[in-house]
Design a protein. Structure first.
Length: 58
């Protein structure tokens, strides 16, 4: 069986799926989301520590 040229499985060049601009926008959005999530977690931990340090009113 002879394989016709240009029909190689994984050897052909992949076609671009999204534009570079869209890829950069998605990367920036993920970076901003990650930073905001880290900020929320840090503030939550700090507020828990402050609450635990307060004396319990009797």
């Amino acid at each position: 069986m002879i394989r016709s040229p240009g029909t190689a499985g994984f050897e052909s060049r992949p076609a671009p799926v999204a534009s570079l601009r869209l890829t950069n926008a998605i990367a920036a959005t993920l970076a901003i989301g990650t930073l905001s999530l880290c900020l929320v977690v840090a503030l939550t931990v700090l507020s828990i520590k402050v609450t635990m340090a307060m004396p319990i009113p009797a």
